[in-house]
Design a protein around this ligand. Structure first.
Ligand code: CS2
Ligand code: MN
Length: 426
């Protein structure tokens, strides 16, 4: 019963009513806006009554700050994303905008007034800002330089600044230098759409070529990509130099140091740290990578065994290695997964892979198994469609690679369709 996600209650707990008063859909006539202005929105789009949860239980859920599964959608912010919040609002079931202050460099403090600005943008649409992706970790912390302590203090201050806005989960990664790595950002899939693609033979020891390729998009379309900030890319040789001697063991030790330092702040702020899986999950350009398989996930969760030390379990990142069974990890570590990224990947025999539509049979990741594992384990957390293909005219300059509107919206509907079916059978 507790698994039941009542959309209405999620909206109430999220405090969506811009007026600040706790209104309920019951107080409105069908067809009357509950969003406090703007477009006319029918209350019939919300469930009149949650289907299986008696209201007393819903109250309990509220008291226990029990979240249920909440659907999120990543948005890069006003002036930084061609997709509008009003477009996202039209995708059924999305309650959370997964956001970040993308102008911030790793290590900088996120100031309260900057966070409040985002809140002001989200509020009229009733979206919550519970999930931040990402607060990036400064390289000096990963390398273990003496300067790390100041950057850790800054990180803690950012967490303290985020907490009053209701932020519950902070995603980040612990990959040296780069975030995701792909050799083609708009690769034809064969049906007229394009997707992110990884051609193994194109990854050489010299990362400069790769960085130049990504930077060419930044220059041409004035788009910066998290993990590929021009300021950092300009110092690539220096960065590589600094990482010399950072073995996998050292990286784990530096990771432990960072987490142990911030866990008390996470408790105080009630914010879960949710580390993203490495993408792709293997060493690259001679740099060590940690989150490569299930054993690494086990090791990490024991390394700092704290309920606030959690995962952003990214299905597509891990399953870029086809040996990784993500559903098994879901079953084993349900309570430590704060955020689920659902991404499907198609593998080729030569080691190349392409990103694919969310539907199970469009790729090899086992999306159906993964969703079933979350459902059957009674998982409660945040979930979002991760990368999607670029459809219907989306392309370089109009969308961020992997972050078009349409395929991710289809992904949401696929996930909710599977979820609703599992619920109705439960
Ligand atoms: C994300 C990651 O776009 C993506 O693939 O899944 O880049 C993720 O945002 C970061 O690794 C988290 O810091
Ligand atoms: Mn992801």
């Amino acid at each position: 019963l507790l698994r039941c996600v009542g959309y209405k209650i999620i909206m109430e707990t999220a405090g969506v009513f811009p007026s600040g008063e706790l209104e309920t859909a019951e107080g409105k006539e069908p067809g009357q806006s509950i969003y406090g202005g703007g477009e006319k929105e029918s209350v019939n789009t919300l469930r009149e009554k949650p289907r299986r949860c008696p209201s007393a239980e819903l109250e309990l859920r509220k008291e226990a700050f029990c979240m249920g599964m909440q659907m999120g959608f990543r948005w890069y912010g006003e002036g930084n994303d061609d997709i509008k919040l009003s477009d996202i609002k039209q995708i059924p079931g999305v309650t959370s905008i997964v956001w970040a202050l993308h102008s911030k460099l790793p290590g900088e403090i996120w100031e309260v007034d900057e966070i409040a600005e985002v809140q002001k943008q989200l509020e009229p649409y009733g979206f919550n800002m519970d999930v931040v992706e990402s607060v990036n970790v400064h390289d000096d912390i990963k390398i273990g330089l003496p300067t790390r302590d100041q950057y850790i203090e800054n990180y803690k201050q950012t967490l303290r600044n985020l907490a009053p806005f209701g932020v519950k989960v902070v995603t980040y990664n612990f990959m040296p230098i780069f975030d995701w790595t792909r050799t083609d950002l708009f690769h034809p899939v064969g049906d007229g759409s394009t997707a992110l693609y990884y051609e193994a033979a194109k990854i050489k020891q010299d990362p400069r070529e790769m960085a130049d390729y990504v930077m060419s998009f930044t220059e041409k379309y004035h788009m910066t990509f998290p993990g590929w900030e021009p300021e950092r890319m300009a110092k690539l040789d220096e960065l590589f130099e600094k990482y010399k001697g950072v073995t996998k063991e050292k990286l784990w030790a530096n990771f432990k140091y960072f987490l142990e330092a911030i866990m008390p702040t996470c408790h105080e702020c009630d914010i879960k740290m949710a580390v993203h899986m490495d993408d792709p999950p293997w060493d690259i350009f001679g740099l060590p990578r940690l989150f490569t398989d299930a054993a690494a996930v086990d090791y990490f969760l024991k390394l700092v065994d704290d309920p606030y030390n959690c995962l952003t379990l990214c299905s597509g990142s891990l399953n870029a290695n086809p040996d990784n069974n993500v559903a098994d990890i879901v079953r084993k570590h349900t309570g430590r997964i704060a955020f689920a990224h659902i991404r499907n990947v198609k593998h080729f025999p030569n080691g190349d892979f392409s990103e694919a539509a969310h539907r199970d049979c469009c790729g090899d990741t086992g999306i159906l198994d993964i969703l079933k594992a979350y459902h059957d384990a009674g998982w409660e957390g945040y979930i979002r469609p991760d990368h999607g293909r670029h459809l219907w005219g989306e392309g370089p300059g109009t969308v961020r690679p992997g972050y078009g509107l349409y395929d991710r919206a289809l992904g949401v509907m696929y996930m909710l369709g599977v979820w609703d079916t599992l619920e109705s059978e439960a």
